[in-house]
Design a protein around this ligand. Structure first.
Ligand code: UDX
Length: 441
């Protein structure tokens, strides 16, 4: 089938590559012509494991192409996937202007009946509003706006798109649902659950999923605070809780908090949405508050151990909001860097993929070419992102490089016994600290 994809960001590009991989003829469009030119030359706009290879294979097979033209994107297509950004407004509500514009542009040049697929995260009611707005254009062909929320995680976007747990499509039209089911048939045949609902339910399910996952993380972070006060170990508490299949252990890792471009903004947008319908979803505010406290708790640990922060060199290991990506948007590591810089510390970071993005976002931040470079003469190191290479550090070399061997583990990545044996003062999250000696200064 021929399909168009509008927007080649973190959702659009993996979606286009995977739709081409499962046999469709895909034209992906973006209004950013430099991005399109780079993609035609095989240069990816961001790092995502396996994506460059999948894009190259799609292009070579003649099933994937890139354009900045709406006409080319939609010519002969049965569906157009809208994957443009929905950035937050100052109120926290999602800004849907890009979605409206992209849909208008596409519908006006459609060459036949078309399914417009909302893939960007949008509030419930968007499809209905979009339908009303588009009908004003008196288009030649029929169109249906369906909701098909994306659940992919950055860092595993290709795997999540190829083998998702479920394909959720919301539409009131059996015709549109049939087209969507046909597009996803190869993925459904591989075991993904096909869930068809009405549009508002699908839209709400996306927000609800992200909010629920954020809530799990915040629950663990609140638990971590309590464990620190009571001497319990949050990892063991979660292990004990998670052995009950009704709870499970996933997304209960306490640490420096969640970041990225989805959880923080979607949570606020969800709260605004509830407000609009007159429901005070106070639980969501609490989730955000606990998440803010998670990064503040790490800052407080640094202050407790370093006393004055002015001019002290502090290393941040990991700058992306999670491992496997170079994305630093709303990364707690960068929030921490800003707090430390505001207090006069000298902050040096290292990330296997995100150094350049981090420096662009936080100009005062120094970055090092490797992890030992970041640790050199540091009085304290903070693990902000659980990149596997940090777990494999040569601990002796790391301790020698540092001015004081003090590690605050914002992701509970390291083995406390190994850290203790290597002579570190080791301060994890929600677990008993190790080797805490007299004040270093
Ligand atoms: C999320 C959703 O998981 C995905 O389904 C949705 O489509 C988009 O938003 P993503 O933002 O890529 O995906 O990352 P995710 O892996 O969910 O992690 C989000 C944040 O939570 C990261 O900062 C991560 O470090 C943090 N996190 C995750 C925790 O702090 N603890 C955990 O147990 C899990």
């Amino acid at each position: 089938m021929r399909v168009g994809v509008v927007g080649v960001g973190h959702v659009g590009l993996p979606t286009a590559a995977v739709l081409a991989h499962i046999g469709h003829e895909v034209v992906a469009m973006d209004s950013d012509t430099s991005k399109i030119a780079a993609l035609k030359d095989g240069v990816m706009p961001f790092f995502e494991e396996g994506m460059a290879e999948l894009v190259a294979t799609g292009i070579d097979a003649g099933r994937l192409s890139f354009t900045d033209s709406a006409e080319v994107t939609v010519s002969g297509a049965v569906a157009a996937f809208l994957c443009v950004g929905t950035p937050p407004k100052s109120s926290g509500e999602a800004n849907l202007l890009a979605v409206e514009r992209a849909a208008e542009e596409i519908v006006k040049v459609a060459t036949g009946d078309l399914v417009l697929v909302e893939k960007s995260t949008v509030p419930a009611g968007t499809a209905q509003q979009l339908t009303v707005a588009l009908r004003r254009h008196r288009t030649k062909h029929r169109f249906w706006v369906v909701s098909n929320p994306e659940f992919l995680q950055e860092g595993r976007a290709i795997e999540d798109s190829l083998r998702p747990h479920r394909v959720l499509v919301g539409s009131g039209s059996p015709e549109a649902l049939a087209i969507m089911e046909e597009i996803y048939r190869p993925i459904i045949e591989q075991g993904a659950q096909w869930i068809a609902t009405d549009v508002a339910t699908a839209e709400l399910a996306k927000h609800a999923s992200n909010a629920f996952l954020s809530m799990k993380i915040s629950f663990s972070n609140a638990l971590a605070r309590l464990c620190e006060l009571s001497g319990a170990d949050v990892i063991e508490v979660v292990r004990a809780m998670g052995s009950d299949p009704r709870i499970g252990t996933e997304f209960l890792n306490a640490g420096i908090g969640y970041g990225g471009y989805c959880f923080p903004k979607d949570l606020t947008a969800f709260e605004r949405l509830a407000d609009r319908f007159g429901y005070d979803f106070g639980l969501l505010r609490e989730v955000k508050k606990i998440n803010d406290e998670a990064v503040e708790a790490v800052f407080k640990k640094i202050e407790d151990v370093m006393w004055n922060l002015q001019e002290k060199r502090i290393a941040l290991l990991g700058l992306s909001f999670k491992p496997g990506t170079d994305d630093t948007r709303l990364s707690p590591a960068l929030r921490l860097a800003e707090m430390l810089l505001e207090h006069g510390a000298q902050v040096v970071g290292y990330d296997p993929k995100a150094n350049a993005n981090a420096q662009r976002e936080v100009p005062g931040l120094e970055v090092a070419d490797d992890v030992y470079g970041a640790l050199q003469e540091a009085r304290c190191a903070v693990i902000c992102t659980e990149w596997p290479e940090f777990a494999e550090l040569d601990l002796g070399k790391a301790a020698d490089a540092m001015a004081f061997p003090i590690v605050i583990d914002g992701r509970n990545l390291m083995d406390p016994d190994a850290m203790d044996e290597a002579g570190f003062t080791y301060i994890p999250t929600g677990r008993p600290p190790r080797g805490v000696g007299p004040h270093p200064d």
